[in-house]
Design a protein around this ligand. Sequence first.
Ligand SMILES: [Mn+2]
Length: 432
Amino acid sequence: MSELPIHESVLEADNGKRQAAFEADFAALGETLDRRGIAVDAIVEKLRAFAVAVPSWGVGTGGTRFARFPGPGEPRGIMEKLNDCAVIQQLGRATPSVSLHIPWDRADPAALKDKAASLGLCFDAMNSNTFQDHPDDPRQPLSYKFGSLSHADPAVRAQAVEHNLAVAEFGRAIGSTALTVWVGDGANFPGQSDHSRSFERYLQSARAIYAGLPQNFRLFTEHKMYEPAFYSTVVQDWGTNLLIARELGDRAFCLVDLGHHAPNVNIEQIVSRLIFAKKLGGFHFNDAKYGDDDLDAGSIDPFRLFLVFNELVEAGEALERLAPAHMIDQSHNVTDPIESLIRSAGEIRRAYAQALLVDRAALRGHQDDNDAIMASECLKQAFRTDVTPILAKARLLDGGAIDPIAAYRASGYRKKVAAERPAVRGSGGGIV
Ligand SMILES: [Mn+2]
C-alpha cells in the first residue's frame, strides 16, 4: 500500500549513524528539563500531535518580480508535487497534509485523493486565485487587473465569487474543510478607488461566498498590508480582517500570514487579540526581513516565531476550541524547496516546543509582581533551550529521520527526479 518515495534502507542507515549521539543528547536534555520540573516525554507527545500543512506551490522554485531561476527536477504538475510533499512528510513527520491552490493544482478529485492516500497524505485548506487572470478557463473570461471581489464591475465580482465556490466544491470532493481567500484588490494611487465603496463591495462578495460554502467548511480570510497594490489594499490588516470575520458569521475566521504586516508590527499581540475575539482561523508561516519575503520559517527572527507560539500555548483551552489551521506559505528562490520546507516545519515545531517549556505559573507571578526582568527571563530561558533532541525524538517515534535534511541529501531524491523531470525554462516573475 505504501509508495513512500525514500527507500527505508536510506533512512535506517542515516539514522543509524546518528543514533548514539542523539540518545546521549536526548538523555542530557531530559535531565535538564527534569530539574525544571518538565517531563520531556510529555513535550515529545505534544509535538507529535502538532502538524503543519505544506503548500503545493512551495515545492516548486519561486521567483521574484524580476526573474525565476528554475531548479532541477521541479514538479511538473500536482501529482509530482504530491510526491515531493511525501518526501517532506516521510522524513520530517510534521506535515501530513497539503494545501492546494486552484487553478494551479486542478486534477481529477478522485485521482488526487487516491494519490494522496497512497502517500499517506491528506488535504488542508483550499486556496482560490483571483489575483491573476485565467485565459484558459472559459468560466473566467473577465480580467482581475483592477480587482476581484471588490471590483467596480458586478460581473467581475460574480465571476470571482463563482470561482471561490468552485474551489470550495473541489475541496469538498478531496476531503478539505476550509477555503482560504486572499485577494490582491487595492489601489496604487490615492483617489484610484474609494475606500468605503470598495470594502462594501468586497463584503457583499464575501457574503455570497460564505453563504455558498459546504456546510462543514470554514472560511479563512487573509489580510495583507500591500502588494500588488502599493497605496491601499482592501483587506489590509487584522482590524479589517476581524470586521470581515464578524460580519460574515460563525464559520468565518482570520488567517494570519506572518509576512503580511508592516516591519516590526507586534504579530504575537495580534494573535492574542484574535484569540480573544474567537476569530483566529490559522497561520501562513514564513519569515521576513523587510516585506512579504516568504523566507523559511524561523530563518530571520526565530524569537518572534517563538513569541507567536507563546501566545498559542498561553491560550490553552481557548485555542483548542478554535483549532487554528497551521500552514506554511513560502517561496524558495535559492534553496531546494524540499529542504526549505523540511527546515521550516522543524522550526515551527521548535518554536512550539520552546513555548511549551515556559514556566507559566512563574511567568504570571512575575507579571503580577511587575518584575519585568524575571518575566522576560522566564521567556528567554525557554527560548534559549536547545530542543533539537526533542524534535528528533518526535520524528523518530513516527518513523522519520533524526536529521531529515541529511537523510534527504543521502537519498539522492533530487538527482533522481531531475533525471525523470525535464527542466522547464525560466519564466518571468514568480512571486506567489
Ligand atoms: Mn499567505
